[in-house]
Design a protein. Structure first.
Length: 146
């Protein structure tokens, strides 16, 4: 932690080294090098802003934008909690995570994930019923403490 403060300054969510942006983009996320090791920018910013090493926790971008590394947009969460914050896939037809159309059964299907296992919640004739079931299930299974 002390080494981070020796190398960098944090100004309005931007990590600077010698007055210049310190991170480089690698695929979807920003990377910082510290003594030859690569670290995700979000983890470094979180550590500098909070004074806490996230350790085994994931650092979640609350708004799902990997370019927004402002400390107010970052939180340390379990991997399971981080997966809940993924958002809707681009292939989603229902407009709601965990609800899809079953062509073979000609109805809506509600499902969720618990520790990597898909949980079938039921088949529904109405999209609204499938969404309500998914919301009810998620309320008890995906609580995230901010």
């Amino acid at each position: 932690m002390e080494r981070i403060h020796q190398l960098f300054t944090l100004e309005d969510g931007v990590l600077l080294k010698d007055g210049k942006p310190a991170a480089r983009r690698k695929h979807r996320y920003w990377i910082v090098r510290i003594d030859g090791e690569r670290y995700y920018l979000s983890r470094v910013v979180y550590a500098m802003a909070t004074g806490k090493d996230p350790g085994n926790l994931d650092v979640d971008h609350i708004d799902r934008n990997p370019n927004n590394n402002h400390p107010s947009n970052l939180r340390a969460v379990t991997h399971r909690q981080n997966m809940v914050n993924l958002g809707i896939r681009s292939t989603n037809k229902s407009g709601f995570t965990g609800v899809s159309w079953s062509t073979p059964k000609s109805c809506w299907v509600a499902s969720g994930y618990d520790h990597g296992k898909r949980i079938h919640l039921g088949y529904f004739d109405k999209l609204e019923d499938a969404i309500n079931e998914r919301i009810y299930w998620a309320t008890f299974n995906y609580a995230i403490a901010s």
